[in-house]
Design a protein. Structure first.
Length: 159
């Protein structure tokens, strides 16, 4: 297993700022620096990253909002820090979570929240997008993972 995969797993399970997670990140950074130094005269080097982590201060269990779930066409999808809801009904009055931005489909499109994406992708976007503004994670527990431990760090979101 690669070190960056280990860091991701450790951060999810134990939190973003644990010493052993930060030490592993330092090791990766030092390896990258050493590689750059070794090859910089012969190669152009571009370094990218695919995501980061946000410490989770609270897990908001969407399953507890039975009225909301009953009005959805399919279960919530997306990510715990960017959750989509699909429904043919107005559910604005049922989405009552503190520090969570709520965007309707037209707002998502008009504000270009998803960037330059294909129409095929937009066809799969929900009618609502929920974005936690703080360290919260929106969790929908499907039947087969109800007893699975909750993560202490998540990807994505608005911050």
């Amino acid at each position: 297993m690669l070190l960056h995969t280990i860091i991701d797993s450790l951060a999810h399970a134990y939190g973003t700022y644990q010493d052993f997670v930060l030490n592993a990140a330092d090791e990766i950074i030092n390896n990258v620096k050493n590689s750059v130094e070794k090859y910089k005269d012969n190669y152009n080097i571009i370094i990218t990253a695919d995501h980061g982590h946000v410490p989770v201060s609270e897990n908001v269990i969407i399953n507890d909002n039975k009225d909301l779930l009953e009005r959805l066409d399919i279960m919530p999808y997306g990510d715990s820090r960017a959750m989509f809801l699909k429904t043919r009904q107005d559910i604005s009055d049922l989405i009552k979570y503190e520090n969570v931005s709520i965007f309707k489909y037209n707002d998502i499109i008009n504000k270009n929240l998803l960037g330059n994406v294909s129409q095929r992708f937009l066809n799969r976007v929900g009618d609502y997008l929920l974005l936690p503004e703080d360290g919260r994670a929106l969790i929908y527990k499907v039947q087969n993972n109800r007893d699975k431990p909750l993560l202490k760090s998540h990807h994505g979101g608005a911050n």
